[in-house]
Design a binder for this molecule. Structure first.
Ligand code: HGY
Ligand code: MN
Ligand code: MN
Length: 409
């Protein structure tokens, strides 16, 4: 029987702070896949994993994998974890809270010299946000054996490919498949993550049980017209790619506002040539469409592409649409969810079930085992923003629930 663990919320919060300081820009948290700061964060996580009694290594796509053996070595594992990459100008809790809390739970088991009839693996997934190559879940897909090799030729903002970035990081793109885990190796997956929404705070609850993760489609749309002199081309003679994109973006907003449960976001736009006195000749922008219903999302993507193509034709612009990511909605499994619910109850909290509008690595890991997720309340539901914050008491609550779920897995 595992003893009740000591309080380890403060250890977790302090580690969140130190990992949150590892960034491409001091004072702003941006930690993009396969960068020097990504490597520094991986090294720090592996050091904490080893301190917690785990073996730790960087796998062939850049995931950090810690392993705590069971009663004998080589047993199938309960996998825990989350991602350690971030968006630009990020909060420090989105991703690392799940990795660091899992490491502290294993450290407590190690302190109690507790071993189970299963191993425990803690994974820091390398690229869940997909900021650099605009394709998400790269690390977790490699572990699930579903990595799409076409992404190796995807280019970042500098024009460098993922293949080149892996080589510069000291990894071999040809060996990514060795990161894959077999179904028999993984008994289940539990991810602890901040809610990134306002529901738990509105209910006064520190933790919640996730029922499903919404599916998402990401498109890259390129509009091409004709660059020209801002001072001499009459308005009725222009083929302005940025004005066309503006009309498309408003069409996205209008359509998604009209559909309950549907969200559409244009987060990135690159204008060319990008000078004050030049009519924009070309523009590439991203579109992220999500819904808990796959049918609603697929219908929305179809409809929005038709509307954008019509706007482009009306303005004599060419319109090229590329689908860069597509993930179905993923339900959390009944067995693991019941174990998490029991752990929440044993910790004295009401069990509130909610779905996740945000994507998570569990979407990929669900291809090899049953998944469960624990949400932790975050202040104001703010995320993907430097004001993202979790109160110490909620860090503690999440850790105790995760520990309870592991000890009774
Ligand atoms: O975009 C998402 O939902 C996640 O934060 N990557
Ligand atoms: Mn995120
Ligand atoms: Mn996240």
């Amino acid at each position: 029987m595992t003893q009740l663990p000591r309080k380890f919320g403060r250890e977790i919060a302090e580690r969140i702070d130190s990992l949150g300081a590892i960034s491409e820009t001091p004072g702003v948290l941006t930690r993009i896949y396969l960068t020097p700061e990504h490597r520094a964060a991986a090294d720090q996580l592996m050091a904490w994993m080893r301190e917690a009694g785990m073996s730790a290594h960087l796998d062939t796509i850049g995931n950090v994998v810690g392993r705590y053996e069971g009663e004998k070595s080589g047993l199938p594992c309960l996998m825990l974890g989350s991602h350690y990459d971030t968006v630009r100008n990020a909060g420090k809790w989105d991703g690392p809270l799940g990795v660091i809390t899992a490491i502290s739970c294993v450290g407590e088991l190690n302190r109690q010299r507790k071993r189970f009839a299963f191993a425990i693996e803690v994974v820091g997934f390398a690229d869940e946000e997909g900021v650099r190559f605009n394709s998400t879940l790269l690390g977790s897909r490699a572990i699930a054996g579903t990595f799409d090799e076409r992404v190796l030729d995807a280019q970042d903002r500098t024009g460098g490919t993922m293949r080149q970035a892996l080589a510069a990081f000291g990894l071999d793109a040809g060996k990514i498949e060795t990161a894959a885990h077999r179904r028999d190796d993984v008994l289940g997956y539990i991810e602890l993550h901040i809610e990134q929404g306002p529901v738990l705070e509105s209910l006064g609850l520190p933790v919640g049980l996730v029922t499903a993760i919404s599916g998402a489609t990401r498109l890259s749309i390129t509009l091409e017209g004709m660059a020209g002199h801002a001072g001499t081309v009459p308005m009725d003679k222009r083929r302005d790619a940025l004005a066309g994109a503006a009309e498309c973006i408003l069409a996205v907003e209008t359509y998604c506002r009209s559909q309950e449960g549907l969200v559409g976001t244009v987060g990135q736009a690159i204008v060319a040539p990008g000078a004050t006195n030049v009519i924009p000749g070309k523009l590439t922008f991203t579109l992220d469409v999500r819904s808990g219903s796959d049918d609603q999302r697929r219908k929305a993507v179809e409809e929005l592409v038709l509307r954008m193509e019509a706007i482009a034709a009306e303005r004599s612009l060419t319109c090229h649409v590329a689908r860069i990511h597509d993930n179905r909605s993923v339900p959390c499994g009944p067995r693991i969810s019941l174990q998490i619910a029991n752990a929440i109850r044993r910790q004295g909290y009401a069990v509130h079930e909610l779905s996740s509008g945000a994507g998570h690595d569990g979407m990929a890991i669900a291809d090899i085992c049953e998944i469960g997720m624990i949400f932790v309340r975050c202040r104001g539901g703010i995320s993907h923003h430097p004001d993202e914050h979790v109160e110490l008491s909620d860090v503690e609550a999440g850790a105790q629930v995760l520990f309870e779920a592991i000890a009774n897995f």
